[in-house]
Design a protein around this ligand. Structure first.
Ligand SMILES: Cc1cc2nc3c(=O)[nH]c(=O)nc-3n(C[C@H](O)[C@H](O)[C@H](O)COP(=O)(O)OP(=O)(O)OC[C@H]3O[C@@H](n4cnc5c(N)ncnc54)[C@H](O)[C@@H]3O)c2cc1C
Length: 474
């Protein structure tokens, strides 16, 4: 058996969901790990206890359906990879239909106890208030969306000012196959090709005057969510104004902003100039996901689906994620992290959890699981191949470290925004042929595709987990 190249522990900063999972994976690989958690010495604005892996809001891990749901699939892959977070969740689940909901206090107590009882885990309470000490040779930073200001500043100094954000301004993301291309067309404004384009890089949805006015009325009337008091104190930029706030400033504001109809000709109807246009930009390398440009919003989720489906061409849109605007701390990961989650500028530092640009309890834990495995393998002098992109864990890490297209707006705003796991991140699969030879239609067809994606993912996860570790080449 390989032995560590040095006897120092791996240091994990942040005992939330990702940090707890990372520490567990390292200890289970037979290596010492020190987990640093600042609570209760210093609290965040959302945490209320000193327990590890505290759930700050809902108590749901979402769907537990591993046969046809992307997050349910992620649960199952993590269970197969010896996840502490999933084991604790399963041990303390509550009745919640098809979802995995947990008793939050017992869940957090279970994670705290199991880590505390592990002979290779040392838990140290206290804030890491700056650049991690230079003599820590391997560090995982998993300090989450509410990373303490002193550490965020240190990270920002390492990454450069523009590469660590304090707000996510998420525009809704739509699956390509749900967009009606009989109404929409491909074209870049003024057919500009730019550095990597073709002149036809955007999907455009045309609105006539009546449709535009109805859309503005719906935006103004739509139910909105409120900022938390502590979010109100975090400044955010004029460039990221929610669309409903822009609409409230004047009926024409959006027509002169993200919905301006200039430099575009509807190829289905070249003689008629649209009154306004919504543009969607490719969001992932697979071209399966498209984000609605400039459409960050604080509308409630139900209102978003109703209102955005009023846009011609998006009547049957499937949203891979809905829009939002929250206080968050996250890296421009496609640019600053390598494929094993190391900071390119200082590779002894790895990142895990929400700070890498995933969203959600389960996704954050999954990235913790991978960071822990990568750090342990590195210490043992081995290479740890990432999970295949056909798996939920692989699709997620691929998105944050390479799959996302790192484009920028004219304003300079970067397009990488936090993402939940969803089937749009997976490489396409050939539609399964029904055994009775009849063609599948509508919902049946979509369901069969999801089942095929899940079956492929679980088979590939098993192969990945069973793959023998290789000694790293010097
Ligand atoms: C208000 C809010 C509500 C959310 N609600 C949900 C929800 O309902 N469902 C969902 O799926 N996701 C939700 N999220 C998103 C996200 O999934 C969770 O925040 C999740 O906990 C992220 O996991 P993490 O491990 O990356 O960070 P966390 O779980 O937040 O863990 C980070 C840990 O690092 C510690 N820490 C921070 N700085 C330092 C430091 N300098 N030194 C030492 N320790 C430090 C913190 O105390 C914390 O324990 C929410 C996020 C927020 C902010």
């Amino acid at each position: 058996m390989a032995t560590p190249s040095d006897t120092q522990p791996i240091h994990v900063i942040g005992g939330g969901l990702a940090g707890s999972e990372a520490a567990w994976q390292i200890a289970e690989a037979g290596l010492p790990v020190t987990l640093h958690e600042m609570r209760p010495e210093r609290m965040t604005e959302a945490h209320k206890t000193q327990g590890l892996a505290e759930l700050v809001c809902s108590n749901s891990f979402r769907s537990d359906d591993a046969e046809a749901n992307a997050v349910g699939l992620l649960h199952e892959e993590m269970r197969r990879a010896n996840s502490l977070i999933m084991a604790a969740g399963d041990a303390h689940k509550l009745p919640a239909g098809g979802a995995l909901a947990v008793d939050r206090e017992n869940f957090s107590a279970c994670v705290t106890e199991r880590l505390g009882a592990h002979s290779l885990v040392k838990i140290v309470r206290g804030e890491i208030a700056g650049h991690p000490p230079q003599d820590w040779s391997s560090v995982i930073i998993a300090t989450g969306p509410l990373t303490s200001p002193a550490l965020s500043q240190a990270v920002r100094a390492l990454t450069g000012e523009d590469e660590l954000a304090f707000f996510d301004a998420i525009a809704p993301i739509v699956t390509k196959e749900s967009i009606n291309m009989d109404i929409c067309w491909f074209q870049s404004r003024y057919d500009k090709t730019g550095p990597g384009g073709t002149g036809a890089d955007y999907i455009n949805c045309p609105l006539n005057e009546a449709r535009y006015n109805a859309f503005i009325d719906a935006l103004l009337a739509g139910e909105k969510t409120e900022f938390h008091q502590w979010e109100k104190d975090t400044p955010y930029f004029e460039g990221c104004l929610p669309i409903e706030v822009m609409a409230a400033r004047g009926r024409e504001t959006l027509r002169y902003g993200p919905m301006k109809p200039v430099g575009l000709t509807n190829s289905h109807d070249p003689g008629i100039k649209p009154y306004a246009i919504v543009q969607l930009r490719q969001d992932n390398a697979l071209a399966t996901l498209w984000n609605m440009v400039g459409f960050q919003t604080k509308l409630k989720y139900g209102a978003q689906t109703d209102i955005f489906r009023m846009i011609p061409g998006l009547e049957t849109a499937v949203f891979a994620r809905l829009g939002g605007l929250h206080r968050n701390t996250f890296l421009n990961s496609p640019k600053v992290l390598d494929e094993s989650l190391r900071l390119r500028a200082e590779p002894r530092l790895r990142f895990a959890g929400q700070i890498t640009g995933v969203e959600g309890y389960v996704e954050s834990s999954a990235i913790g699981l991978l960071a822990g495995r990568f750090a342990a393998a590195e210490k043992l002098g081995r290479t740890a191949p990432p999970p295949p992109p056909t798996t939920a864990m692989g699709a997620l890490i691929n998105h944050i470290t390479g799959g996302h297209l790192a484009s920028e707006d004219a304003s300079g705003a970067r397009s990488f925004q936090p993402m939940n796991v969803n089937f749009g991140l997976f490489p396409p699969i050939e539609r399964p042929k029904p055994k009775d030879g009849k063609r599948l239609r509508g919902k049946e067809k979509g369901h069969a595709r999801k089942r095929a994606l899940c079956a492929r993912a679980l088979a590939d996860t098993d192969a990945w987990l069973g793959a023998p570790a290789r000694e790293a080449a010097e």
